[in-house]
Design a protein around this ligand. Structure first.
Ligand code: ZN
Ligand code: ZN
Length: 396
């Protein structure tokens, strides 16, 4: 074990206790007051310069290397928010806040960055500046945008940014990454159809929204099957369809449909948005009902910069061994980290956390009420970030 590994191992043993403290006190989007105060108090304890209140509960810390001649700044990011989900992990440190839990392991990500902070502040074995970004509201895809809107890039400039997510689908200690598209852009849509209700036995005297809604569900699928390059990726899912009054003999006035769109590329994203609007208006007109369409961009795709990805692969192989490095198959799930990658190069990596015991809470999927972050990956995660920091800002 290297000196650095030894030190990080010792810090991580304490970080597991911090993690359980955060786990007991989850806060959802922009209400991460416990985590935010906890982070700030640790940073203060170690004499690390930091500012709070960025995007509400966000915290940004800066650590200067023993040399600062390179003029370069490398950022690491952790998310702090929990989910609206009642916990049933059965862990002794389960949530004490009814209806809320750390079901995505952001408690673990937060303390990984704290462990990194403590190590880097003690050693400062790099040339340049390190920024540590503790972001709120990852789960609703609003934290990154708001931090940027509140001047993150101007007030705390950085050249590149890195983050990780614990991954129950991979064995503990295995890293997975890929250059280019890794996680999708996440958008939502809402469609309102308005017709004219009436007696179900006299449909000709009504303007029925239900056939219009049914046609729309199918027509929207053709935007993926007929208009998107088969080698590109897109998902259009209508996830809610509400219409009718509950009576079998009444035709209602209104239908409401909502759902999600997932894409990787900006041209595909804009095309689907524009064409959905045209299809809603066209189908509504054909069915003689009024159609209203709203589209909201929530999360930008996580597109790993190829060069940054190579640095991550090298760092992961150095700390875990190349046998524990895999290619991440892209998935249509989203990550608010993409909001930072819109502005600066960087890369996101997955770190496996599953145990051989399939019933372990660490093997449950993200957002499962039985899930729990695996503290055993803390030293490796912090060591990976430290390796990346010391490589990217190497003292020569
Ligand atoms: Zn999540
Ligand atoms: Zn997450």
């Amino acid at each position: 074990m290297t000196k650095r590994e030894q030190r990080i191992q010792a810090i991580a043993a304490e970080a597991a206790e911090w993690r359980r403290e955060l786990h007991r006190n989850p806060g959802t989007a922009f209400e991460e007051t416990f985590a935010s105060a906890f982070v700030a108090s640790k940073l203060a304890e170690w004499g690390i310069a930091h500012e709070t209140g960025i995007a509400g509960t966000g915290v940004v810390a800066t650590i200067e290397g023993m040399r600062n001649h390179s003029g370069r700044v490398v950022a690491f990011r952790a998310d702090m928010d929990a989910l609206d989900l009642p916990e049933s992990s059965g862990q002794p440190w389960a949530s004490q806040i009814p209806g809320k839990m750390h079901g995505c392991g952001h408690d673990g990500h937060t303390v990984t960055l704290l462990a990194l902070a403590q190590y880097l502040q003690e050693t400062r074995n790099f040339d340049g500046l390190i920024r540590l970004i503790f972001q709120p509201a990852e789960e609703i895809g609003r934290g990154a945008h708001r931090m940027v809107a509140e001047g993150l890039l101007e007030r705390f400039p950085f050249d590149e940014i890195y983050g990780y997510h614990n991954w129950p689908g991979l064995p503990k200690g295995t890293f997975a990454i890929r250059p280019g598209p890794m996680l999708a852009a996440v958008d939502t849509f809402e469609i309102h159809l308005k017709g004219k209700g009436g007696h179900a036995a006299m449909p000709h005297a009504t303007r029925d929204v239900i056939p219009a809604a049914a046609q729309l569900v199918l027509a929207l699928q053709t935007l993926v099957s007929r208009e998107t390059d088969p080698m590109a990726s897109a998902v259009v899912s209508v996830t809610n369809l509400n219409a009718g009054t509950g009576a079998t003999n009444v035709i209602g006035d209104l239908a409401r449909m909502t759902g999600t769109v997932r894409t990787f590329s900006e041209p595909v994203r804009s095309h689907i948005e524009a064409r959905m609007k045209a299809v809603v208006e066209g189908v509504a007109a054909a069915c003689d009902v009024d159609g209203l369409f709203e589209y909201t961009r929530i999360i930008d795709a996580t597109i790993n910069d190829p060069e940054s990805t190579r640095y991550c692969e090298a760092a992961a192989a150095a700390v875990a061994g190349s046998a524990h490095l895999r290619e991440f198959p892209p998935i249509m799930g989203g990550e608010d980290f993409g909001g930072f990658l819109q502005h600066r190069p960087g890369a996101f990596i997955a770190l496996g956390q599953s145990e051989t015991d399939a019933a372990s809470p660490h093997n449950k999927g993200l957002h499962s009420p039985q899930y729990d972050f695996n503290d055993a990956i803390l030293p490796l995660a912090a060591n990976y970030f430290a390796e990346l920091a010391e490589r990217r800002l190497a003292i020569d």
